[in-house]
Design a protein around this ligand. Structure first.
Ligand code: NDP
Length: 330
């Protein structure tokens, strides 16, 4: 049973020496627990935050101990009612091959209803983030024009497509490569997209959204946020989902210089934490599930194989190696 430990808190970009793949004992499931052989592990940008010990909404990973994260696996031993050997469960003990999991915290998932990896992505946490963030935090309504950054990623690609399916007047995305930009327009149906590495974000957004934006779904922060404030329409809304451009900063990044525009626009800016929105999960699955099944909502996954590559997959998310959800397959 191999598992990834955090050895030291990364300063700036995480380094290989901050982590170790450790051979650990096989866990024994106690009363009310199941033993799970993990099949798919999630790696997510928020994990960078848990590697630091700054006070946050979730406790830091402990040094010298196995890290955590979303995972889906098969039950190979059960001491719990309601979950049998052979069942598949979604749980929170990733970064390892085997886990003893409290049945109460495990969610049964059906590999016949959808591919197992999708419970970590398009039908899972990142999907719900997109759905709740757009519909609830950003109060999206039909006819809105929507700008989303990180648009070829797990959350962003779903935000843009849900907005389109729900009648957005225009959907604009930004991403970090020309290939990703092409995917947004040609496959996901975005009306416009640009590569933020090709020039000024403000200028490129102005060109892509000449009539301004009603909703900005922020995955990136920094100059993207400033550009969006600059293009915000009257009563525009900004949902702050993530700010991946600053996660490895060692000093706080300067904020947008144009926030006074919020007065003229009566703009609203609001943070979003997916954990607050699990009441929407049934509605999310009911509405988005059929779109995924019918192909109306498309998704990609970048799959990295092997527990030994779990760390590299995580670093890859920070670098932008992924298109869609980054998944580790064991
Ligand atoms: P993604 O699949 O979008 O992967 C992250 C992407 O960020 C990369 O692929 C890369 O794409 C992009 N990126 C990396 N560095 C930069 C940078 N400096 N500037 C612009 N883009 C960059 O991850 P997720 O979909 O899982 O998460 C997206 C965002 O949502 C993150 O900020 C994450 O923290 C946040 N999040 C927040 C949640 C909440 O509850 N608030 C829940 C889930 C996610 P590219 O090639 O385009 O640069």
């Amino acid at each position: 049973n191999r598992e990834w430990h955090l050895l030291s808190r990364p300063v700036g970009w995480p380094k290989d020496e901050d982590f170790a793949l450790v051979e650990a004992e096989m866990p024994t499931p106690g009363e009310g627990q199941v033993l799970v052989r993990n099949k798919y592990l999630s790696v997510d940008p928020y994990m960078r935050g848990r590697m630091s010990d700054a006070k946050s909404y979730v406790a830091p990973f402990e040094l010298g101990k196995v890290m955590q994260g979303g995972a889906v696996g098969e039950v190979i031993e059960s001491n719990a009612e309601g979950i049998a050997v052979g069942d598949h469960v979604l749980h929170f003990f990733g970064w390892r091959e085997f886990a003893a999991v409290d049945a109460k915290t495990a969610v049964k998932v059906d590999p016949k209803a959808a591919p197992l990896s999708t419970y970590l992505g398009v039908l899972g946490m990142t999907g719900l983030t997109a759905y709740a963030g757009l519909l609830r935090t950003a109060s999206f309504k039909e006819g809105d024009s929507v700008f989303v950054s990180g648009a070829a990623g797990a959350v962003g690609s779903q935000v843009g497509q849900i907005a389109k399916l729900k009648g957005a007047s225009r959907v604009i995305g930004s991403a970090g490569s020309d290939e990703k930009v092409k995917l947004l327009v040609e496959e996901y149906g975005f009306d416009a997209a640009f590569n933020y590495k090709n020039g000024s974000v403000s200028e490129q957004l102005r060109e892509a959204a000449p009539d301004g934006v009603d909703v900005y779904f922020d995955n990136v922060g920094g100059d993207h946020l400033e550009a969006a404030v600059g293009q915000l329409n009257l009563h525009g809304r900004i949902a702050v989902c993530g700010m991946i451009s600053v996660y490895n900063n060692t000093e706080p990044a300067p904020g947008p210089r144009n926030l006074a525009r919020l007065i003229a626009t009566r703009g609203r800016i609001e943070g979003l934490l997916v954990g607050d929105h699990y009441d929407l999960q049934p509605q999310f699955v009911q509405e988005v599930g059929p779109w995924v099944a019918s192909g109306q909502l498309k998704y990609r996954e970048t799959v990295v194989e092997g527990i030994e590559n779990n760390l590299e997959a995580f670093l890859g998310v920070l670098r932008g190696d992924n298109t869609g959800k980054m998944i580790v397959k064991l």
